[in-house]
Ligand binder design. Sequence first.
Ligand code: FES
Length: 126
Amino acid sequence: MATPNRLTILPDDLTIAVQPGETVLDAMRAAGLGARFACRRGGCAFCKVDIVEGEVNYEYDISSSVMSEEEYANGTCLACRAVPNGDVSIELRDERLLVKSSLLLQLRRIGKEEPAEDAGDAADES
Ligand code: FES
């Protein structure tokens, strides 16, 4: 069985496990974290974050109308399509993490022991 990669999310500095082949967005959702998204198919650009460290792969082509070559070069990450290629750190854009499930977060979290604040029954994150 392949070893999960580590996904560190800034500015909250929270690290979770990413299963092989899993996208950044799916890993965050599986860890009980809210994240900004809409289409989940690489078509709307709502899920953009910035890569601080590490690399991601895209198994599907991304339209240049969603992400330009310059954005690729500058480390923009389309979270719904990006699959980490090793350990990756990302930074959210103008948002903070929303913890929708402390239980799921406990199962995926790597590192620090203190539990993140639970948002309870927050509405859908999109
Ligand atoms: S959610 Fe639409 S491009 Fe990622």
